[in-house]
Design a protein around this ligand. Structure first.
Ligand code: UD1
Ligand code: PEP
Length: 431
């Protein structure tokens, strides 16, 4: 499954018109995990992106005993987790969990609703080392017993008696913060999380949990306090728009010298990426809930220096499309990937298309400008896939990006939305 999908792009057409930004992948996945904490009622999530990670998350929710409906046309998910009480189902099985990283966000629900969890595998993009030690150490500090079964490569957790505690993160982990908040939400007593993540998705998740009845303060300050409550109930919530999808569409518009209105996009969610793109020559104007993006085709793109860091720093997920964009800029760009040590596989693929990118460890120099040529290229992860589609939009001839499953993990109706802007992109299912 997955290897059969590929994206075919014929370059040379500027993007013009209106694109609809999807709901945020990195907000909906924790919210599906949070919905499983509700012992009463049915959760309604709106503005759900139709992406493979959501499909996997819903399969997983069903596997552990929730009733799930995905009304794709309405982009609405309904979850009934009231009967989540069979400890025999407290398992994250590798066949589903190893296909997406968000599976780790189910652990708090397994701990609270079933008293235990067995994690047989957690997936996600292969970006180098991606540990989960903050999650497991945090659960242990709240009173869980976490053991590793090295032979089977499983993690076993028992959590009969969770209690609030004092937690800190060595780096402000995005899913780590969300997971520890969820674990603390139903643990009696007070939990403090120091050096917590500031990402807008974390704030959206806090808002959702607060509506469910959780008592959380300090979101967005890096110092979060959670007072455990006895019960959480199901509510309705509309998921925020996806800032990475916004950044990708903005960079595609910039690459092609286009003019696009991004419905639902918010400039402030781009953090430093906004200023970097403006330095490169991209023009933004926020008109209410619509973000207008423009780059005059006769205005050359300027080179850029960027270092990835947690929000509001330059998002690591946008580093890949930035590398592709930098290949078009007039001069030398410098990129430093400070979050993941394995996120430069893209350079080799872009070089196949004619780019001149030198990689030295976690630093890359992009020598622009280059006229890219179409080629058969490999999507090593979700954002590499999106970046290669971006490169294909400005390349001479045809670019084929595979495996398309990785793009479908995180970008909804990608080819349809690009085609609506005038791009020549198709998603071929050859399986
Ligand atoms: C589902 C989701 O929300 N995914 C996002 C989330 O991933 P994710 O939440 O996995 O990323 P983290 O913020 O946790 O990771 C940041 C850094 O901390 C390290 N670390 C993290 C946890 C841990 O227990 N131990 C540890 O060492 C990681 O290896 C990495 O170097 O934030 C990343 C960084 O913005 C984004 O690229 C991902 O799109
Ligand atoms: C790295 C990403 O996702 P995940 O954490 O789900 O692998 C991403 O969204 O680019």
């Amino acid at each position: 499954m997955g290897q059969e999908v590929r994206y075919r792009v014929r370059g040379g057409r500027p993007l013009n018109g209106t694109a609809f930004i999807q709901g945020a992948k990195n907000a909906v996945l924790p919210m599906i995990g949070a919905a499983l904490l509700a012992s009463r009622g049915r959760t309604v999530l709106r503005n759900v992106p139709i992406i493979e990670d959501v499909r996997r998350a819903l399969e997983l929710a069903e596997r552990i005993g929730a009733k799930v409906e995905f009304h794709e046309t309405e982009r609405t998910v309904v979850i009934d987790a009231s009967r989540l009480n069979d400890p025999n189902r407290a398992v994250l099985p590798a066949d589903i969990s190893a296909r997406f990283r968000g599976s780790v966000l189910f652990v708090p629900a397994l701990m609270h609703r079933m008293g235990q969890a067995r994690i047989e595998g957690v997936g996600g993009c292969n970006l180098g080392s991606r540990k989960l030690d903050f999650h497991y150490r945090g659960f242990a500090r709240l009173g869980a017993e976490v053991t590793e079964d090295d032979e089977r490569n499983h993690i076993n957790i028992t959590a009969d008696n969770l209690q609030g505690g004092h937690l800190y993160l060595d780096t402000p982990s995005h899913t780590g913060t969300e997971n520890l908040i969820m674990a603390a939400a139903l643990a009696p007593g007070t939990t403090v999380i120091e050096h917590a993540a500031l990402e807008p998705e974390v704030l959206d998740v806090i808002e959702f949990l607060s509506r469910m009845g959780a008592k959380i303060s300090g979101g967005g300050t890096g110092f979060i306090k959670v007072e455990g409550v006895k019960e959480l109930t199901a509510v309705e919530h509309t998921i925020m728009s996806d800032r990475i999808d916004t950044g990708v569409f903005a960079m595609m518009t910039a690459a092609t010298g286009g003019d696009v209105s991004l419905v639902g996009a918010h400039l402030e969610h781009l953090g430093v990426a906004r200023w970097k793109l403006e330095q490169m020559g991209v023009e933004f104007s926020q008109q209410g809930a619509v973000l207008h993006v423009h780059r005059a085709p006769e205005t050359p793109l300027r080179p850029i220096n960027a270092v990835t860091s947690p929000y509001p720093g330059f998002a690591t997920d946008l580093q890949s499309p930035l590398m592709a964009l930098a290949a078009l800029a007039e001069g030398e760009s410098y990129l430093h990937e400070a979050i993941y040590d394995g996120r430069f596989a893209l350079a080799h693929e872009l070089n196949k298309m004619g780019a001149k990118i030198e990689v030295d460890g976690t630093r890359a120099i992009v020598h622009g400008p280059t006229q890219l040529r179409g080629a058969d290229v490999v999507a090593h992860d979700l954002r590499t896939g999106a970046a290669l589609v971006l490169a294909g939009l400005v390349a001479e001839g045809d670019t084929v990006v595979a495996p398309g499953y990785l793009v479908d993990r995180g970008h909804a109706q990608f080819s349809e939305r690009l085609a609506a802007l005038g791009a020549d992109v198709t998603r071929d299912d050859i399986g």
